[in-house]
Ligand binder design. Structure first.
Ligand code: DC
Length: 229
């Protein structure tokens, strides 16, 4: 299938993918998919079932059995497991840590790949993750690889955490981020990679508005009036 109206955005943690994917989808009037939330939902459900320390095989089987549904709008991506909305439970540190492990299990990725492609097949989708332009939608007409210096990314993540009332230090955030980056880029299946045909945007010294403007210009080039912009 040719995913004609899919925009794939990949990049490391803290690169601004999620915010920019949401803003780009809103500008275009397209749907927004946060694929990290799917891995997080498997992790949250595993943890709720007491399977936080289960083997890869058990976690892989669990992912295959779960009924995962999404409700997508241009600025919102809700994830339901067995009809229950888990969206509010996906960001805790234990879920983040288990999600990173869950994401390295091939059977989990197989189950979620099918779900993501089904969603992409419905069109008009801005999707973000680590493997969208390389493994899930290699035929997407427009791909971005968003990046920034590790210190800049950690600083942004720290600000988000401080805004939520947490008092983490920059060193802690940077260490946790580099650890997850290493795991995401170093795993055997669908590691974080830049697609050869991706538009690379380094946001280290760009504002969010500048990155969005650059993305919209590319979307107009790729989709013309069909993008709705
Ligand atoms: O983007 P995030 O932090 O919400 O992602 C959660 C975890 O899932 C993270 O360890 C990276 C992994 N992930 C992945 O392997 N592939 C994706 N397409 C999206 C996320």
């Amino acid at each position: 299938m040719y995913y004609s109206s899919v925009i794939a955005i990949d990049g490391p943690a803290g690169s601004g993918k999620s915010t920019l994917a949401r803003r780009l989808a809103s500008s275009l009037g397209w749907r927004f998919l946060d694929t990290g939330a799917l891995y997080r939902a498997v992790a949250a459900e595993a943890s709720a079932r007491g399977l936080g320390a289960a083997s890869d095989g058990e976690l892989g089987r669990l992912a295959g059995e779960l009924d995962i549904q999404v409700a997508l709008e241009s600025d919102l991506c809700r994830v339901f497991v067995g009809g229950r909305d888990l969206t509010g439970q996906l960001r805790s540190p234990p879920v983040s840590s288990l999600a990173s492990r869950v994401a390295s299990i091939p059977e989990v990725r197989d189950s979620l790949r099918a779900l993501q492609r089904r969603i992409g097949g419905e069109g008009r989708l801005v999707t973000e993750g680590r493997d969208q332009g390389t493994a899930i939608f290699p035929e997407a007409r427009l791909k971005f690889f968003l990046t920034a210096d590790a210190e800049t990314r950690a600083g942004r993540r720290l600000k988000e955490l401080r805004d939520k009332g947490r008092d983490d230090t920059l060193e802690d955030v940077l260490e946790g981020m580099l650890d997850r980056d290493g795991r995401d880029a170093g795993r055997a299946v669908d590691p974080l990679r830049e697609a050869p045909d991706a538009v690379r945007l380094d946001s280290t010294s760009m504002t969010e508005d500048e990155v969005l403007a650059a993305m919209l210009a590319k979307a107009r080039e790729a989709f013309g009036d069909a993008s709705g912009v």
